[in-house]
Design a protein around this ligand. Structure first.
Ligand code: NIG
Ligand code: FE
Length: 412
């Protein structure tokens, strides 16, 4: 099957030679071809270029993309889409003045979601999670990382990870699984943190490794959750099972999480709402991708990751949704791109780089996805007719996607 797109107004993120990620000033460079064609064979991109060189032979189907833009699908490298129910009552409590931390300290927050998840059957949880996955694919997401961390018992953490495995089998988008046992301390381990760490290290991890349920390991390294010392312990334990770290750091406080991530060669350090100059310095000349989650800043009314400072220091930056019931109940990468431009002063070019190639790197998928490159998987977005790609972040809240192609097939 050879599918040809013709008269594309602009083909974005065209990388003839593969790259791992873009950083610093290069983030402002988004290579494009105007008046382009794109040729797909089965699930792969096999050719692209200027319309004047468009192939005519051996084409199964041609789609005229006059006035429309094509770009790689979003790579959402940080989500928690396996969860049960919602936390809209906490949302109202926050509007009425309660803080996120006060809610968590009163038994709400992550522990509230854990209780709900523990009482939900695997089948029901799968259905809810599948619904969210379908929703984000239609919003242009073509690769996603999904974390555990709302189980907090051996059985429920395994239940979450088995659901992610099932989603991997049943859906055509690329999915990476992250074990986040150290998301919050369960109430029964209050004042017995060491015991919970032992449970993670001696019971959860070996079983997860045995069933091959995770690609990455995560810790919520934050004041009142898990310390740098705890994080060191867990990441060391994960290393024995070849689990690469991708960690939650600097959401509310800067306590050394970034440095800890760098020390353990984390693939990414995520959140980064509160960054000191030392934190930025620590990321220089490393392979650790900083990841910003503007949906969380928007929803919790907390500072946005200082994207300008990070990029202007020569570092890369990726963008992700953090889709979860407590701090970012949205998996809409289009909104994330808009917020990055509007609230973090990223240009549309920087935001698109951050949400495609850099997001792919933050999931170890930069060789397969994140750019229009020959040999890569044919996951891309075909927009409605639009004037320029800047209209995508500009028209926040408007869906400008006409169709999403995953492995060369239209989803919508
Ligand atoms: O990434 N910060 C830690 N974990 C999630 C939110 C957890 C929740 O409130 O349910 C996050 O923001
Ligand atoms: Fe998160």
């Amino acid at each position: 099957m050879r599918l040809l797109f013709t008269n594309i107004k602009e083909l974005l993120q065209v990388r003839e030679t593969p790259i791992a990620f873009v950083s610093g000033k290069d983030m402002a460079v988004l290579p494009t071809i105007k008046n382009a064609y794109l040729l797909v064979e089965d699930d792969k991109i096999i050719d692209f270029g200027k319309m004047k060189n468009c192939p005519t032979n051996n084409i199964t189907k041609t789609i005229d993309a006059t006035g429309k833009i094509i770009l790689p699908t979003w790579c959402d490298s940080h989500t928690h889409i396996v969860y049960s129910g919602n936390r809209e009552s906490e949302f109202v409590d926050r509007i009425n003045g309660m803080s996120y931390n006060a809610i968590a300290n009163n038994g709400g927050g992550i522990l509230n979601s854990a209780k709900k998840l523990q009482n939900t059957t695997e089948e029901a949880l799968y259905k809810q999670s599948e619904q969210r996955l379908k929703e984000v694919i239609l919003l242009g997401t073509g690769a996603i990382e999904i974390k555990s961390g709302y189980g907090l018992t051996v059985d429920s953490e395994l239940k979450m990870l088995r659901i992610i495995k099932k989603l991997k089998t049943n859906y055509p988008i690329k999915i990476k699984a992250t074990f986040l046992g150290a998301h919050a301390l369960p109430a029964i381990f209050k004042n017995k943190k060491e015991k919970y760490l032992n449970l993670i290290i001696n019971e959860m991890l070996p079983q997860i490794a045995k069933e091959n349920l995770a690609n990455y390991i995560d810790v919520f390294c934050e004041t009142g959750y898990f310390s740098v010392e705890d994080t060191n312990l867990i990441l060391e334990a994960g290393k024995k099972y070849n689990l690469t770290p991708k960690i939650h750091v600097n959401q509310f406080t800067s306590i050394g999480g970034v440095q800890c991530g760098v020390k353990h060669k984390a693939l990414s350090v995520d959140h980064l709402e509160i960054m000191t100059s030392e934190d930025i310095e620590a990321l220089k000349n490393t392979k650790t991708m900083p990841v910003a989650l503007p949906g969380c800043s928007y929803f919790l009314n907390i500072p946005y990751t200082p994207a300008r400072q990070i990029i202007d220091s020569g570092l890369p930056l990726a963008l992700a949704t953090d889709y979860n019931p407590g701090s970012s109940p949205s998996g809409n990468m289009n909104f994330v791109i808009s917020s990055a431009c509007i609230k973090m002063s990223m240009t549309p070019k920087e935001a698109i780089n951050a949400a495609t190639i850099n997001g792919a790197y933050a999931m170890g998928l930069e060789k397969e996805l994140g750019s229009i490159t020959i040999g890569k998987t044919a996951n891309f977005i075909l927009t409605k007719p639009i004037n320029s790609y800047s209209v995508l972040p500009y028209s926040f809240g408007t869906n400008l996607i006409e169709s999403v192609y995953i492995q060369g097939k239209a989803i919508k």
